[in-house]
Ligand binder design. Structure first.
Ligand code: PGA
Length: 241
């Protein structure tokens, strides 16, 4: 039985004081969370240490928003697994559509990040997803297949999360139909060839659509941006039925 993973991506939000205040509100709201799920939050790097000292790691885990493929070196603005593991980080988001778009991250770079995260003992959350134009041209399956084949080469599917995030649904309030998202998640599972791989959906997940999304057979969790910034909304998502 796959354990679901409900992850929040804070992106470039929250300083240390805001992180403390968030956790004061959020922790009591998830203390009775059923043990069929894990809750993960990716704070900005500067808030990770504060997050780690204020959260209870039994039911709330920390992700980083990026990870480099070298242990250390001359890589300005990058972060290595050993710097994160020191602060109790367990997961690393890679291949999110924002760095793909703004910093031209390639599938090859994403693959190097994912492989090194795994060999360092972290679980990568590898994001894939098509643009609106690609979907309208009927190319969604082809784009996802390429991203999965290139981005996940030589990764271990037993220590992996893949997040299907159609780009047109991120931050727009437009959610992909749950049944359409489920079809793509099933395709990803088939391409990976490992039934127990965890596959999330992401893109405008909110308290009012979480229950339907989580009822889908091939969706094992969600990656949440905007709605994870509010402890009440995110706790409702974490407590999906
Ligand atoms: P959103 O972001 O929930 O605000 O659409 C999702 C994401 O970027 O992972």
């Amino acid at each position: 039985m796959r354990k679901s993973v409900i992850a929040g991506n804070w992106k470039m939000h929250m300083n240390c004081a805001e992180t403390k205040s968030y956790l004061c509100d959020f922790l009591p709201l998830i203390k009775d969370i059923p043990n069929d799920r894990k809750i993960v939050i990716a704070p900005p790097f500067t808030a990770i240490s504060t997050f780690s000292s204020f959260s209870n790691s039994d039911y709330l885990h920390i992700a980083s928003q990026n990870i480099h493929w070298e242990k250390q070196g001359a890589f300005t603005a990058e972060i290595s697994p050993r710097m994160l593991i020191e602060h109790n980080v367990k997961y690393a988001i890679v291949g999110h559509s924002e760095p793909r778009k703004y910093f031209s991250e390639s599938d090859e770079q994403i693959n190097r990040r994912a492989v090194f995260a795994q060999s360092s003992g972290l679980t990568p959350i590898v994001c894939v997803g098509e643009t609106l134009e690609q979907r309208e041209r009927g190319e969604a399956d082809r784009v996802i297949t390429r991203q999965v084949e290139q981005g996940l080469e030589n990764t271990d599917p037993s220590n992996l999360i893949v997040a299907y995030e159609p780009i047109w649904a991120i931050g727009t309030g437009k959610t992909c139909e749950a049944s359409d998202a489920n079809k793509i998640c099933a395709l990803i599972r088939k391409l990976i060839g490992f039934n127990d791989v965890i596959i999330q959906y992401g893109g405008s997940v909110k308290p009012n659509n979480i229950d339907e999304i989580m009822s889908m057979s091939d969706i094992d969790g969600v990656l949440v941006g905007g709605a994870s910034l509010d402890p009440i909304s995110f706790s409702r998502i974490a407590n999906y039925k």
